[in-house]
Design a protein around this ligand. Structure first.
Ligand code: HEM
Length: 908
């Protein structure tokens, strides 16, 4: 008997567990929908009385009025994401006071997709203390936007803030639904939007006078669906589903652990009243509830029977999941940037998903296409099949020449290919992979093969082979052919003459450099004009700027002064096009390299379409100058016009007239050469300038870098009584500034390799006895050497005066042999421009960068102007530390979002 009752009790307990709406550990994940209840509360009568007050005062406005009254502006980045306004006087992008949470759109509001003729989004933001909510009307016609405040009418003539988190919102007809985490849903009345006056308070100021914390419009709460089940439900996000009959509403929970219930529930809506369907007691019971065991879900929508779920992953990128109830969810990992939140669906344009991301600095509205889970699976399978096919074709027809017997990093002896693990390490942690290659093989004088972009394998020779490399001429070991292979311009531009016969580069070395002295004044002038343009000239106010954006423009303008001169060097369209071309050269080369050889001609050509279009644009911009410049060439070269410019463009035209006459009349050819020269001169220089500023500011705390540099730059500038004029002799006296430049490139140069060469003949044997087959490309590692502890003490630390200390000491002990690791009296010169096997940022030997002398002067002029005329500091939230560079495979990029605060100094 006792045994039977025990069994019975157990069965009863199991039964009750199975129906427990809060138990998600059960085998069946479906829960009883009717257990999830929301009870409609009486409408707020104060809305009507307040409405009368505002109507009488002529202060009641429509939804379209607010959308059309935008006072801020979203911008669009290159990935199509919308960014909140971040200007010197306004910052939604990383304010900590308000955090974006929910999103809905006019496509939720009405099936037609527009509301009062507007196509727009509404976004909710909770205040940092969760005691107030603002919502944003974004007009998609021009991306203008305006915030408004949600209010709760607590008296017939007054209202106050709404203290909720607003994790999800939904726009349905003339109502806006906002989640109140543990209390249910609040509904706001979009037929009652009231205009209020200025003032910090929220509510009535005096009879007929209202304010709302500075916001111009308020929207009152009209209704409340109160959570009325006995267990807790966390209302974290919501979305409308118009594809069910009747329309329905999805609400879901966010939890950081699946040990707590994570449920989605669906309620039915009545489209005639824009309310939840309720029974006669006003209770709305969910028609479906389900446990979805995905942690950190931040948003959910359903459409046509499929769910899309967003998930945040702390500081990492967010995921998008697709799921059909009954099946398993498919993860599209890293689909979103960091911290995606609520989701909203729009059936237009093939189905769109909208989300907002909340993390400061990476706050976007993201509008992406919907793809179904089945098609993801299908696409993945198809892609796998395709990749397998390509692999076979690649293996059979595209063999990359490599010498035999050279070890493959992290692979067993005798390996001839890389495991996925090593390829993954190349993609995600290349700095350490190269470091290992250096320490295990190269430093000991042995060659090694490391992974490269796409399917490539890269032969790396030890640094000790550099003399041997430089002993060969270009007919046997060619730098140009190696670059042409990497840059893929045969596919992107249809012609690799620009790299195989790169006379636009040789003219830098042979003709531009010898006339450096004559360029100094113009260069200095342009540096000043550029900083004045992009950072302003009015003393006093601190402003915050994006460092890379400013430096890119300053470098483009200053370099264009010596490349093509006035007026084009100040033509914003010319500068912008040149900068875009720089990015496009990289994109098309990267696409080509990452594609298997069989596909390369197609993928590169396709990726280069924007590049070609922009080249045409550049050609049109250059045409008038080109025609003027050709006129000068009509004069005999023995008797040139004294006014003939001596910039790089004119030097190029003169060279073409003398040596490549068939190219001179081909403007497209000359334009492409100019764009290639611009790439060489601008791209890495802008990176250097950005990292330099970040390093100066980031080392300020420990080294007082700004004042040390200011003192030196001012002292040297004044040393000949002409502070506004720079000469080579004065430049040579800038030792500490030079050290900061060199230290920046040591740690933060763009590429990790140097001395790239391609073997054009068979039978070449290295100094260590390796037989290099024809067609093989090899190089040496630069970053790994430059950050090796055996070469530099505290190698990974930015020490601004690392080199000037040695130089200054050397100066003091002139005749004494000091000799130390970092090149004392016995070591190589330690200036920014002097190359050695310990410092390969400009490569070394006959193909070392010829532009380094010019850029050296330009960066020094830029430092002198910037530090002399502006106060600079990192934003407080960086806590004195520079944001790190970003690695993509073997390339190092400056942090493109990094900002600094700038204030023009008062003239003394
Ligand atoms: C910080 C700025 C710069 C850096 C870090 C840099 C770096 C380099 C490197 C590493 C190479 C050699 C590639 C190799 O053989 O491995 C190179 C080549 C070259 N650079 Fe620069 N460069 C910079 C600025 C400039 C400027 C301003 C110009 C033009 C005024 C320029 C023109 C060239 C040319 C023409 C070559 C090809 C040299 C040859 O193959 O003989 N560079 N640069």
């Amino acid at each position: 008997m006792r045994f039977t009752s025990a069994l019975f009790a157990l069965a009863a307990a199991t039964l009750s567990l199975a129906s427990d709406p809060s138990d998600c550990s059960t085998t069946s994940k479906e829960k009883t929908g009717s257990d999830f209840k929301l009870t409609e509360q009486a409408d707020n009568a104060n809305v009507a009385s307040l409405s009368k007050i505002f109507t009488a005062a002529g202060k009641k406005v429509s939804v379209a009025d607010v959308f059309n009254d935008g006072n801020h502006q979203m911008t669009t980045d290159s990935s199509g994401r919308k960014l909140w306004q971040h200007t010197s006087d306004f910052n939604d992008e990383d304010t900590t006071k308000w955090v974006p949470q929910g999103i809905t759109s006019t496509a939720d509001a009405l099936d037609a997709g527009t509301y009062e003729g507007i196509n727009g989004w509404i976004v909710s933001w909770h205040r940092d203390d969760d005691k107030s909510v603002r919502i944003t009307f974004v007009n998609r016609a021009d991306d203008g936007y305006r915030h408004a405040l949600l209010v709760y009418p607590h008296a017939s003539d007054n209202f106050r803030e709404v203290p909720v988190h607003a994790g999800g919102i939904m726009w349905y007809g003339n109502t806006l639904w906002v989640l109140d985490t543990y209390n249910g849903i609040r509904v706001f009345d979009l037929t009652n939007i009231w205009q209020v006056g200025d003032g910090n308070g929220v509510g009535k100021v005096s009879s007929g006078v209202y304010s709302a914390a500075g916001y111009k419009y308020v929207i009152p709460q009209i209704r409340w669906y109160k959570w009325s089940s006995s267990f807790e439900f966390r209302h974290s996000y919501m979305a409308l589903d118009r594809t069910t009959t009747p329309d329905s509403l999805i609400v879901g929970e966010y939890q950081t652990s699946t040990s707590l219930p994570i449920r989605l529930v669906r309620y039915e809506l009545d489209y005639t009243t824009r309310r939840l369907k309720t029974d006669s007691s006003g209770v709305s019971k969910a028609i479906w509830a389900y446990c979805v065991n995905i942690e950190r879900m931040q948003g959910a929508v359903s459409a046509n029977g499929k769910f899309y779920l967003s998930r945040s992953n702390g500081a990492s990128k967010g995921d998008l999941w697709a799921w059909v109830p009954g099946g398993s969810a498919k993860q599209n990992a890293g689909f979103y940037p960091r911290s995606p939140e609520d989701l909203s669906y729009d059936k237009r344009n093939g189905g769109r998903l909208y989300t907002v991301t909340e993390a400061e600095g990476v706050r976007y509205i993201i509008n992406s296409a919907v793809s179904s889970p089945s098609s993801w699976a299908g696409i993945s399978l198809l892609s796998l099949g395709f990749v397998a096919l390509l692999y076979v074709v690649e293996k059979l027809f595209f063999v990359q020449p490599l010498p035999k017997g050279v070890p493959f990093i992290r692979e067993p002896p005798g390996a001839t290919r890389f495991s996925l693990k090593t390829r993954w390490a190349y993609m995600t942690d290349c700095a350490n992979l190269h470091k290992e290659a250096y320490e295990k093989y190269l430093e000991k004088g042995q060659a090694v093969v490391v992974p490269g972009v796409g399917f490539r394998k890269e032969l790396i020779l030890p640094p000790s082979s550099y003399k041997w490399i430089n002993s060969y001429d270009d007919n046997q070991l060619s730098a140009c052919h190696a670059f042409a292979d990497y840059d893929q311009i045969i596919h992107s531009l249809g012609n690799d003459i620009y790299l195989l016969d790169p006379w636009q580069g040789t003219t830098v070395k042979n003709e531009l450099n010898p006339s450096l002295d004559n360029l100094m004044d113009a260069l200095n002038d342009e540096v000043g004009v550029a900083f004045d343009t992009y950072l302003g000239t009015a003393p006093g106010e601190w402003v915050e700027v994006n460092i890379f954006e400013v430096m890119k423009k300053v470098i483009a303008q200053a370099n264009s002064r010596f490349t093509i001169g006035l007026p084009l060097c100040r033509n914003q369209e010319y500068l912008q096009t040149s900068l875009e071309l720089n990015e496009q050269f990289i994109t098309s080369a990267g696409t080509g390299l990452a594609s298997p050889g069989v596909l390369r001609p197609f993928t590169t050509r396709l990726a280069a379409i924007p590049l070609r279009l922009n080249l045409r644009k550049l050609r049109n911009l250059v045409r008038p100058i080109y025609e003027q410049r050709l006129e000068y060439l009509k004069r005999p070269r023995t008797d040139p016009d004294p006014n003939e410019p001596r910039d790089h463009f004119q030097i190029m035209l003169g060279y073409a007239q003398r040596e490549r006459q068939h190219e001179l009349g081909d403007l497209m050819n000359i334009t492409t050469r100019l764009a290639t020269a611009n790439f060489g001169s601008m791209h890495q220089s802008a990176f250097l300038m950005t990292n330099l500023i970040l390093n100066i500011l980031g080392s300020e705390k420990e080294f007082n870098t700004v004042s040390v540099l200011r003192e030196e730059l001012e002292r040297v500038a004044n040393s000949d009584g002409n502070p506004d004029t720079w000469t080579k002799a004065k430049m040579a006296k800038i030792v500490r500034g030079d050290s900061v430049q060199r230290e920046t490139l040591r740690l933060h140069s763009f590429g990790g390799r140097a001395l790239l060469r391609k073997a054009l003949t068979d039978g070449i044997i290295t100094d260590t006895g390796i037989e290099i087959p024809k067609g093989c490309i090899f190089s040496v590692l630069s970053y790994a050497v430059q950050t090796s502890e055996s070469k530099y003490e505290q190698a990974n630390k930015f020490d601004p005066f690392r080199f000037s200390r040695v130089r200054e000491q050397k100066q003091q002990q002139q005749n004494q042999q000091v000799g130390n690791k970092e090149g004392g009296a016995a070591g190589p010169p330690l200036t920014f421009v002097s190359t050695s096997m310990d410092y390969l940022a400009f490569s070394n030997g006959r193909h070392a960068c010829p532009g380094r002398f010019l850029i050296d002067f330009e960066i020094k002029m830029a430092m002198a102007y910037l530090l002399g005329n502006y106060d600079l500091e990192l934003p407080a939230e960086y806590k004195g530390e520079r944001p790190p560079t970003v690695w993509m495979t073997e390339a190092q990029f400056p942090p493109k979002e990094a900002r600094m605060r700038v204030r023009r100094r008062e003239k003394v």
